[in-house]
Design a protein around this ligand. Structure first.
Ligand code: NAD
Length: 297
């Protein structure tokens, strides 16, 4: 069996297209332009790349993009003051603080100082609670992107066995919650899980979010299962230079899976598309307007 490749790049373009349509309606009918503020503390090269690409795509869908680049030594009080200012800015509907933060800053405190209604990353404790009780919330972008791809591929995923490998607050836990909300039977596996290969072999849906290059081989995958690879790992090429690989061994998994996301071009592009989707959703909610359809969980 050769797996169907789930083209996240193409799907993300479709999502961005839907966002752009909704943005133009908000402008034309209500004179509202959704605004996204991204805050970057320090000069981490990977974070700089993400922030640049987020800003570019925000503008491309017709939204307002504001970037705040702060010095690595920025005191916590200054960062909190900036967030408070953005919380009170009526032109800003989404606030994203790029993680990781420098060590002297308390990440939980900073994230929980963002207004939950503007928390387009979905990391605020209120949004985590709302999601876990099945209420309307802001949903973390990467798991939301994975869910959209699964729904698109399967229609309904109700009753399917899903194994999420990884239990981070950013990916693993919210992913498991979303799958549970869609009536999957969910197992969360992690670094202490006993007999991980056997756990994964029982899955109709495998979500790999570990951060270990090509850790999941094809003989862990049940024939016909859907494999969603969240991992982004840069590895050395034998001939020199580097390349990006996921957490699953693509070649061997693609031989047995029914469908698989590639790296790059799978989950990655969906994450930014979902950030834009969350911003337009937040803007619609803030103004008491109808939310765009199909852009949230
Ligand atoms: P993390 O380091 O916070 O969490 C990794 C998880 O993997 C932990 O819960 C840990 O228990 C588990 N783990 C570690 N070793 C394991 C093992 N041997 N067996 C089973 N589980 C093990 O990472 P994260 O932030 O959740 O990110 C995971 C991966 O996803 C990384 O490669 C990251 O770069 C990538 N990522 C991609 C996107 C995207 O947009 N595509 C977004 C976020 C993260």
């Amino acid at each position: 069996m050769t797996a169907k490749v789930i083209d996240g790049k193409a799907f993300a373009a479709t999502v961005r297209g839907k966002v752009a349509v909704h943005v133009s309606r908000l402008k034309a009918d209500h004179n509202i332009t959704p605004g996204l503020a991204v805050v970057l503390v320090g000069e981490d090269p990977a974070s700089q790349v993400y922030v640049r690409s987020k800003g570019k795509m925000t503008l491309e869908v017709g939204m307002k993009s504001v970037e705040h680049k702060l010095d690595i030594e920025t005191p916590e009080a200054d960062l909190l003051a900036l967030i408070e200012q953005l919380n009170n800015d009526p032109e800003i509907h989404g606030i994203l603080v790029q993680l990781p933060l420098p060590k002297h800053l308390n990440e939980d405190l900073v994230i929980n100082s963002i207004s939950p209604a503007k928390d387009v990353d979905g990391f605020h404790i209120s949004n985590v609670g709302l999601l876990s009780t099945g209420q309307k919330s802001m949903v973390p972008c990467t798991p939301l992107g994975c869910l959209m791809m699964l729904r698109d591929h399967h229609g309904s995923i109700s009753g399917m066995n899903a194994v999420v490998i990884g239990r981070s607050n950013i990916v693993g836990k919210p992913m498991a919650q979303l799958l549970l909300n869609d009536s999957c039977t969910v197992t969360i596996a992690h670094s202490r899980t006993k007999d991980l290969p056997d756990v994964v072999r029982g899955a109709d849906i495998v979500i790999a979010a570990v951060g270990r290059p090509e850790m999941v081989p094809g003989d862990w995958i049940k024939k016909g299962a859907t494999v969603i690879d969240v991992g982004i790992n840069r590895v050395e090429k034998p001939e020199g230079g580097t390349r990006l690989v996921g957490d699953v061994d693509y070649a061997s998994c693609a031989e047995v899976a029914g469908a698989i996301t590639p790296v790059p071009g799978g989950v990655g592009p969906m994450t930014i598309a979902c950030l834009l989707a969350n911003t337009v959703t937040a803007c619609s909610r803030a103004n008491g307007l109808v939310e765009p359809e199909g852009l949230t969980a």
